[in-house]
Unconditional design. Structure first.
Length: 663
C-alpha cells in the first residue's frame, strides 16, 4: 500500500463527547430494518439491517472503464427513495422506475422497522395502485399480514409529526398557510434528492425526482422557516414578525400597483391633451416653475396657461352649418334611387321578353325553313324510290304515285310562316332597342346616384369631423381640470407607495433585528468542529442567521468558493444540525440520509475523513445517539469504518442490484 500523503498526517481535533439528551436513550427516529418483497405472500428478497451511527450503502466502481458504470444504477438512490416512502413520502421511485416496478411486482412492497420515541413501529407500503399501506406499533413485520390493518399507515405518519414537533411548533406551523404536512418538509430536508446535488441549504426536492413532496413546490422562504422551526431558530416572535412582513409586503405590492395605474391614467390623459392641443408632451407636463416659485403656484400658473390654449382651440373651431343644398341633394338622391329601381325593374322585364322572343324567333326560323323546303318539294317532286325529278302529268300514266302535296297550299303556308317570323323579329328588335335605352338610362341614374351619395357622405364626414373637433375643443377645458386631478392622485399614490415601502422596510429591519435573539452558537460549534475535522485543522466554520437566510460558511485561508466546498458546507450543516438534535438543542430527529453527496467533486481523502469523523462520533452502533445513512461509490476507508457497510450493490449482475433484477 502506498504511503498516505502528508495531508492525512495533519492533527485533526478529537471528537467532543456526544450523548443523547436527558430523557432519551436513542434517536427520536431511526430505521432499524428495510425489507423488499417481489410478492408479499412470499419471503422478502432483501432484508437490510441498519444500525445506529454510521451506515454505508456502497456500490463500488471497477478499475477498468467497462466496470466504472457498475457502481451506478445499482439501486442506491432507489433504496433512499424507499426509506423516504416508508417514512411518509408519497412516491417510491421516479416515474420510469415506478412503472417498471408496478408492472413487474404488482403485489410487491417495501417494509421497515422504525424506532420512534423508543417504540418499534413496523410499516409496509405496497407498490401497486392503489397502495396497500399498513403500520402497527409492533416488533415484527409479520403482524402486518392482518387485513384489518389496510389503510393504517396514516396513524404512523401522525405519530411521526407529533414526535418531531411540540405544541408550540405545531401552532407556528399551522399559521403558515403554505405548509400542509410539516413532517414531509422535515423529511425532505433530512433525505435530500440526489438530483438536487446538494446545491442549496433549502433545496431539498428536485422536480425531476417526481417525489410529490409539498416541499418541492414551496417557496424558499417557507422551507427556510420550517428548517428554522425544526432546529430551534424560530419562535412566536418570529411568527409575528413574519406576518407583519407578509402583510406589509402585500400592502406595498398593492400600493405599487395603485401607483402604476394612477401613472398610466395620467400619462394617457397627458398624451390625449397634447394631441388635442397639437403641442408636445413636455408642454403639457411637468409645469415649469419660475425662480423662487413654489410647486403649488407653478401648477396654478401652468393650469392657466393650459386653459388659455384650450380657449384658443375653441375659437379656432368654426360653427357647423348645414346648407339648404344638402336637403336638395338628399331629395335628388331619393328620386334617383326610385327612378333607378323602376329602370332596373323595366330592364329586367324587357330582358325577359327579349329572351323569350329570341327563342320564339329561333323556333320560327326552323319552322319557316322546313315549310319552304316542303313548298319546293311540292313544286318539284322527286321519285320516292330513286329520288329522280318527276313530271307529274306524264308519270301519272306510267306508274302509280302516292298523293303529292299541293304546291300552292304549301307555298302559302311557308309565306304565312315567313310573315310571322318577320313580325317576331321586328318586335324583338324593338324590345332590344328599348332594353339598350333603359340600360343606358340606368347607368346614367347609377352614376348620378353615386355622385350624390359621395357628395352627401363627404358632407356628412366633414360635419362629423367638425363635430368631433368642436366636442374636443369644448372638452379640452374639462381635460385640463382632470389632468390636475390625476396629477394630485398620482402624487397621493406615490406617497402611499413610499409609506408602504417604509413600513415594509421597518418590519424587515425589525425582523432582522429580532434574529439576533437566536443564537447559532451550538449549531456553529458542531459545524466548526466538522469543518476542522474533515476539511483542515486550520479551517473555520461559521453559521449566521440574517434577513437573507441561514448561511453556513467555510473559512480557510480566506473564504473559499467552489462547487465542491459549497456542497460540503451543506452536508456538514446537515450533520451539525443532526448533532445538535442529539444534545436536545432542537426538535429535529437525529436521523439523516445523504445520497452520494457530491462524491465526484470531493477528493477521496476528504470523503474518507467524512466517514471517519462521523464514525468517531458514534463508534458503538448499539448506543450511537444518531443514525446517518450515506450512499457512495467511493471506497470507504479500511479499518473500522469499513465495518459499517450495511449493503453492497452492483449493476454488474442483476442479482447484485437492489431488486435482484434489471428493472
Amino acid at each position: 500500500m502506498p504511503p498516505k500523503p502528508l495531508q492525512q498526517r495533519l492533527t485533526f481535533p478529537e471528537p467532543p463527547g456526544l450523548s443523547c439528551a436527558e430523557g432519551r436513550a436513542e434517536p427520536v427516529v431511526w430505521v432499524r430494518r428495510v425489507l423488499l418483497w417481489h410478492d408479499v405472500s412470499t419471503a422478502p428478497i432483501r432484508d437490510v439491517e441498519l444500525k445506529r451511527g454510521l451506515n454505508i450503502v456502497w456500490s463500488p466502481v471497477g478499475s477498468v472503464p467497462d466496470a466504472v458504470a457498475n457502481g451506478h444504477a445499482a439501486g442506491k438512490t432507489l433504496l433512499c427513495r424507499l426509506i423516504r416512502y416508508c417514512l411518509g413520502e408519497e412516491a417510491f421511485a421516479d416515474p420510469e422506475d415506478t412503472i417498471a416496478i408496478r408492472s413487474r411486482f404488482p403485489d410487491g412492497a417495501v417494509g421497515a422497522e422504525v424506532r420512534l420515541l423508543g417504540d418499534t413501529w413496523v410499516v409496509r407500503r405496497g407498490f401497486g395502485h392503489p397502495h396497500d399501506d399498513r403500520a402497527l406499533r409492533a416488533e415484527d413485520v409479520g403482524h402486518l399480514s392482518d387485513e384489518n390493518l389496510r389503510g393504517s399507515f396514516g396513524s404512523f405518519r401522525s405519530e411521526l409529526e407529533a414526535a418531531v414537533f411540540d405544541g408550540e411548533q405545531t401552532r407556528l406551523l399551522a399559521e403558515m398557510e403554505e405548509v400542509h404536512g410539516a413532517w414531509k418538509y422535515v423529511l425532505a430536508w433530512l433525505t435530500r434528492d440526489q438530483e438536487c446535488r446538494i446545491d442549496g441549504l433549502t433545496h431539498w426536492r428536485h422536480p425531476e425526482s417526481s417525489s410529490h413532496s409539498p416541499a418541492q413546490a414551496a417557496r424558499a422562504e417557507t422551507r427556510l422557516n420550517v428548517l428554522r422551526i425544526a432546529i430551534g431558530l424560530y419562535s412566536n416572535a418570529s411568527s409575528i414578525a413574519r406576518k407583519d412582513v407578509t402583510a406589509s409586503a402585500s400592502g406595498a405590492d398593492t400600493a405599487r400597483a395603485a401607483a402604476r395605474q394612477a401613472e398610466q391614467r395620467f400619462a394617457a390623459l397627458r398624451d390625449e391633451l397634447a394631441r388635442v392641443l397639437n403641442v408636445g408632451q413636455e408642454r403639457i407636463w411637468p409645469p415649469q416653475a419660475e425662480l423662487l416659485q413654489d410647486e403649488q403656484s407653478a401648477r396654478e400658473t401652468h393650469a392657466q396657461s393650459l386653459m388659455a390654449l384650450a380657449d384658443q382651440k375653441v375659437r379656432t373651431v368654426g360653427a357647423i352649418r348645414t346648407p339648404t343644398s344638402d336637403a336638395d341633394n338628399e331629395s335628388r338622391l331619393e328620386e334617383a334611387v326610385v327612378q333607378l329601381a323602376r329602370g332596373r325593374q323595366e330592364a329586367a322585364t324587357l330582358a325577359g321578353a327579349v329572351d323569350r322572343k329570341r327563342e320564339h324567333a329561333k323556333l320560327l326560323e326552323r319552322t319557316s325553313a322546313e315549310r319552304w323546303a316542303d313548298a319546293r318539294e311540292a313544286k318539284y317532286p322527286t321519285c320516292p324510290y330513286d329520288g329522280t325529278p318527276l313530271d307529274v302529268d306524264q308519270a301519272r300514266f306510267v306508274c302509280p304515285l302516292p298523293r303529292l302535296p299541293d304546291p300552292a297550299q304549301t307555298g302559302r303556308i311557308a309565306a304565312e310562316t315567313e310573315q310571322i317570323l318577320r313580325k317576331v323579329r321586328d318586335e324583338l328588335a324593338q324590345d332590344e332597342a328599348r332594353l339598350t335605352g333603359v340600360t343606358a338610362s340606368n347607368a346614367s341614374l347609377e352614376a348620378r346616384r353615386d355622385a350624390l351619395q359621395r357628395g352627401i357622405q363627404a358632407r356628412q364626414l366633414a360635419v362629423a369631423e367638425a363635430t368631433k373637433a368642436s366636442q374636443e375643443a369644448w372638452a379640452t377645458k374639462g381635460m385640463v381640470r382632470r389632468l390636475f386631478e390625476l396629477a394630485a392622485a398620482v402624487d397621493q399614490a406615490l406617497r402611499a407607495e413610499l409609506e408602504a415601502k417604509e413600513r415594509l422596510r421597518a418590519h424587515q429591519e425589525s425582523q432582522n433585528a429580532g434574529l439576533s435573539a437566536y443564537s447559532t452558537a451550538k449549531l456553529e460549534r458542531w459545524f466548526d468542529f466538522l469543518i476542522r475535522r474533515i476539511v483542515s485543522p486550520d479551517a473555520q466554520g461559521t453559521v449566521t442567521l440574517d434577513g437573507n437566510g441561514l448561511h453556513p460558511k467555510i473559512h480557510w485561508r480566506g473564504t473559499r468558493r467552489s462547487v465542491a466546498l459549497n456542497s460540503l458546507q451543506v452536508v456538514l450543516f446537515d450533520l451539525a444540525a443532526m448533532l445538535c438534535s442529539v444534545e436536545g438543542d432542537s426538535r429535529a430527529p437525529a436521523f439523516l440520509v445523504h445520497d452520494s453527496p457530491r462524491e465526484g467533486d470531493l477528493d477521496p481523502w476528504t470523503y474518507a475523513r467524512l466517514f471517519e469523523g462521523i464514525f468517531e462520533l458514534g463508534p458503538d452502533e448499539s448506543s450511537a445517539p444518531f443514525q446517518y445513512i450515506v450512499t457512495t461509490t467511493t471506497d470507504p476507508p479500511d479499518g473500522r469504518v469499513r465495518s459499517r457497510i450495511r449493503l453492497q450493490l452492483s449493476a454488474s449482475e442483476e442479482q447484485h442490484r437492489l431488486f435482484r433484477v434489471d428493472l
